[in-house]
Design a protein around this ligand. Structure first.
Ligand SMILES: [Zn+2]
Length: 460
């Protein structure tokens, strides 16, 4: 006898308001009613069609599966993840009905063991077993990146025969960390062995296929750096493309992936600097962004990714003029400076880039905070740079120009004097024919004339 339970209810079509009666299923006995199981598998259970306008809609009602030949015997399925008060009451009423129908066949223990499964996972449950659903939930709750060994282990478990999978997953709810998992695995020598050999196979495959490809890409890029041979650069880029699109790439750890994405991005960025093809810049930004997503603060590539992403976003801002790019360039560079800890000569370009981004944003949008922050960054860079460094005159020029912008907004004599003294030193140190000498002289001239005006005012 089927233990399925349904009820005729009155439904109002939400499109044409036609009222009609239809049968809603609350309990499905999966052995006795394969027709209903079929409907569930196709997502068509409790789907109603208006007889007048053909409008279709699922009734969002809880559904209990009764599984006489498997454990757990009862599975409660609801639309979302949380039960509403109304749903709770309805479920209690349904269970009472089922109890009455089963009489002596009923066992109260079933209720304590009844799991709640999202309705959209029912097709998986009915075709691949309850173990598959449990694995799915474990995958969703898995902490950490789903790649490398964890990804492989899940794949192996998902492909186990249903019964083996059920018995393996059944005890997993008591496993809380990777040590406990390894201990648990020892109870299943066959599965343990498959996992071991698969991980070993994957490592060998990576070492033999992906490793040499990545080495070749890195080698070609080093050759470009030494010779500036742009053919080598383009070859390096296509080798990196082969690496990051390789089917085995997904099996690498997140950290390894982040390193490779960073190196591939740097190669593309270099080609953009050579030929100004915007597509190279945009591609490099994507790679750096993917790298940032995969990487964590503990990784050494993390700060490199931020240092590369920030200036690339600024470049894109200069091309497309989107404020979002400029804002993100500034946030990213700030983060890169923060990650660098102390500013040394090697990472001085971070401060300079940040200063330029901030003073550019001030020029576009007039926020005084940006101007002040840009001046601070230039001043920090000026302290670190030795005076004979090629960047030194440019920093003095930037600093003097930013201070002059501040003078224009507030006419403070001590800021004016500071600006003029930086610009005078920039004038002395800037080689003839330098691209920014004009800017130095222009700002210096402006400084002198403002000082003259201020003196005149004092005299009056
Ligand atoms: Zn209708």
């Amino acid at each position: 006898m089927s233990l399925s339970i349904s009820q005729l209810i009155e439904i109002t079509c939400s499109k044409c308001n036609t009222i009609f009666q239809s049968e809603v299923w609350f309990v499905v006995d999966i052995l006795e009613q394969p027709d209903l199981v079929d409907l569930i598998v196709h997502g068509d259970i409790n789907l109603f069609k208006c007889p007048k306008c053909n409008f279709q809609k699922n009734i969002e009602s809880p559904l209990i599966l009764y599984r006489p030949d498997s454990l757990p015997k009862l599975i409660l399925s609801v639309r979302g993840t949380q039960l509403s008060g109304d749903e709770q009451e309805l479920i209690e009423a349904i269970i009472d009905q089922l109890k009455n129908k089963m009489r002596d066949g009923w066992n109260d223990d079933w209720l304590g063991e009844m799991p709640v499964v999202e309705m959209n996972l029912l097709p998986m449950l009915l075709t691949k077993g309850f173990g598959a659903v449990q694995l799915e939930y474990m995958k969703r709750n898995f902490v950490g990146p789903m790649d490398g060994a964890p990804k492989l282990i899940f794949e192996i478990l998902e492909n186990l025969p249903t019964e083996e999978k059920e018995s393996f997953v059944a005890g997993l709810s008591k496993v809380n960390n990777s040590d406990e998992f390894l201990e648990y695995l020892n109870k299943f020598p066959k599965i343990n062995q498959v996992i071991d050999s698969e991980i070993e196979r994957s490592i060998l495959e990576i070492t033999h296929k992906l490793g040499p490809l990545a080495d070749k890409a890195a080698e070609l890029f080093r050759s470009y750096q030494g010779t500036k041979d742009t053919n080598a650069l383009s070859q390096a880029i296509s080798a990196w493309a082969d690496v990051v699109t390789h089917p085995l790439f997904g099996n690498l750890s997140s950290d390894e992936k982040a390193y490779m994405l960073n190196d591939a991005g740097v190669a593309l960025r270099s080609r953009f600097d050579e030929f100004n093809e915007v597509e190279d810049l945009y591609q490099s930004i994507k790679l750096f962004e993917n790298g940032v997503d995969l990487s964590t603060e503990e990784s050494t590539v993390f700060s490199a990714l931020f240092s590369n992403l920030g200036p690339a976003l600024f470049e894109r801002f200069k091309i497309g003029g989107k404020k979002d790019d400029l804002d993100r360039a500034i946030t990213t560079l700030n983060k890169a400076v923060e990650l660098a800890g102390s500013i040394k000569l090697e990472n001085i370009s971070l401060l300079i880039n940040l200063g330029v981004c901030l003073s550019d944003r001030f020029d576009y949008f007039g926020q005084k905070d940006d101007l002040i922050a840009s001046i601070q960054n230039y001043k920090m860079a000026e302290k670190v740079l030795p005076m004979d460094h090629v960047y030194y005159p440019a920093i003095l020029c930037n600093l003097g120009s930013s201070l002059m912008r501040q003078v224009e907004t507030e006419k403070e004599p001590h800021v004016l004097n500071e600006a003029i003294s930086y610009l005078q030193r920039a004038d002395e140190l800037t080689p003839q024919g330098s691209s920014f000498l004009g800017e130095v002289l222009l700002n210096l001239g402006l400084g002198y004339s403002i000082r003259f005006e201020l003196l005149e005012l004092v005299k009056e």
